[in-house]
Design a protein around this ligand. Structure first.
Ligand code: ZN
Length: 166
C-alpha cells in the first residue's frame, strides 16, 4: 500500500507573512518564558523550502511517540522529499533537545527525542496549548494543532507601537 506523502504544497500567496515584528519565546531553566529576538530564532527562519508544508510529518511524528525510532524514521523518510524536516522536531543528541519548535508563523509543536530504548519521546510532555502566550492578535496560534488557550496580551508585547499600525 502506497502511503500519502508527509508534506503538502501550500499556496504561498495565501501563506505570506503579514507582519514581521515579534520574536519567539524561550523557556529558561527557571521555567520563565523569555522572548527571543527574531534573529536568534531557530531553526526555521522563513521556510527552508517555500511552498512545502510539513505539518502532516509533524502530526505523524507525534502519533508515533513511544514507537521504535528506527521504524518511524524509515517510514518518514520514505514519505518525504528530503529527511531534514524530521530533525526540526526530533533531537538525536540531548544537546539538541528543544521543548517546543516553532514550525510556522503561529504554529508550534512539541520537541521530540529518542530515549535509551530507542523509542521516540516528547522532550517535555507537560508543555501544552496553555503553556505559551500568542505573539499577536491576528493569527490563530496552535500547539500540536490545538489552539492556544491564553489570550493575546498587549502588555506582553515588546513593540506595542508596531502593533498599533495593524
Ligand atoms: Zn498575526
Amino acid at each position: 500500500m502506497k502511503k500519502d506523502p508527509l508534506f503538502r504544497k501550500v499556496n504561498t500567496t495565501a501563506h505570506g507573512v503579514h507582519h514581521r515584528f515579534g520574536g519567539d519565546f524561550h523557556e529558561q531553566r527557571n521555567g520563565k518564558l523569555q522572548r527571543e529576538s527574531e534573529e536568534t530564532r531557530l531553526p526555521m527562519r522563513g521556510k527552508a523550502r517555500r511552498g512545502l508544508d510539513y505539518t502532516p510529518l509533524f502530526r505523524f511524528l507525534l502519533s508515533k511517540v513511544g514507537a521504535n525510532w528506527n521504524e518511524v524514521h524509515a517510514e518518514a523518510v520514505s514519505r518525504l522529499d528530503r529527511p531534514d524536516p524530521i530533525f526540526w522536531l526530533v533531537a538525536i543528541r540531548s544537546s539538541d533537545e528543544k521543548e517546543y519548535v516553532r514550525t510556522g508563523e503561529a504554529s508550534y509543536f512539541s520537541g521530540l527525542r529518542v530515549d535509551e530504548q530507542g523509542r521516540l519521546q516528547i522532550v517535555n510532555p507537560s508543555l501544552g496549548p496553555s503553556s505559551l502566550a500568542p505573539l499577536c492578535a491576528c493569527c490563530t496560534h496552535t500547539f500540536n494543532g490545538v489552539r492556544f488557550t491564553q489570550a493575546f496580551d498587549l502588555a506582553l508585547r515588546p513593540d506595542v507601537s508596531a502593533l498599533r499600525l495593524m
